[in-house]
Write a protein that binds this ligand. Structure first.
Ligand SMILES: Cc1cc2nc3c(=O)[nH]c(=O)nc-3n(C[C@H](O)[C@H](O)[C@H](O)COP(=O)(O)O)c2cc1C
Length: 161
């Protein structure tokens, strides 16, 4: 299967999780579409603030390269911000346009909660026309390892044809 993993990360936890899932998808062709906020703390906060106001002008070039059409499975991974995914999630979905006939998986990372945000993601992806075949929450208060993500990836690798 051709799989696209689109994710957003500010602290690296969702990136680490996405990469651990991907490393276990050994018999599939995996590509990433990352939105990564990096730099000094204050710069990160400023950019996140712009994104939360739905201003994605700083990553317009990258967003224009986002095409879902050639993939069989779309995976979307997000952190949890106040019980919702960041606004980048909605933007990614809007850019992917119609996902009819595609399979999808949503996952998120969280420190305390995350269930409500994951349900929101699932609903929105379904509204975009995809069939959500799995969903997973990776919740750790402190250090987030790769064990659970790797296990999830291995299960998917066997299950997907
Ligand atoms: C502004 C902000 C809001 C957050 N809100 C929540 C929350 O409501 N529930 C939760 O469990 N974790 C919350 N977190 C923790 C993040 O969801 C968690 O650390 C996530 O794994 C970060 O992913 P990242 O390292 O890829 O950016 C919040 C973090 C930030 C920075």
């Amino acid at each position: 299967m051709k799989i696209l993993i689109a994710y957003f990360t500010m602290g690296g936890r969702t990136k680490k999780t996405a990469e651990a899932i991907a490393s276990a998808l050994a018999t599939h062709e995996v590509s990433f579409f990352p939105i990564e906020i990096t730099g000094k703390f204050i710069e990160k906060i400023k950019l996140l603030d712009q994104f939360e106001k739905k201003d994605f002008s700083k990553i317009e070039t990258e967003l224009n390269t986002l095409h879902a059409a050639s993939y069989d499975l779309i995976m979307v991974g997000m952190p949890t911000y106040g019980n919702f995914p960041p606004k980048a999630f909605d933007e990614i979905l809007a850019r992917m346009e119609n996902l009819s006939g595609k399979k999808a998986i949503v996952f998120n990372t969280a420190r305390f909660t995350g269930g409500k945000a994951l349900e929101y993601m699932k609903t929105k992806v379904e509204e975009a026309g995809a069939e959500v075949i799995d969903q997973r929450k990776f919740r750790k208060v402190l250090w987030i390892g790769t064990k659970n993500a790797n296990k999830f990836g291995k299960q998917l690798n066997e299950r997907l044809e």
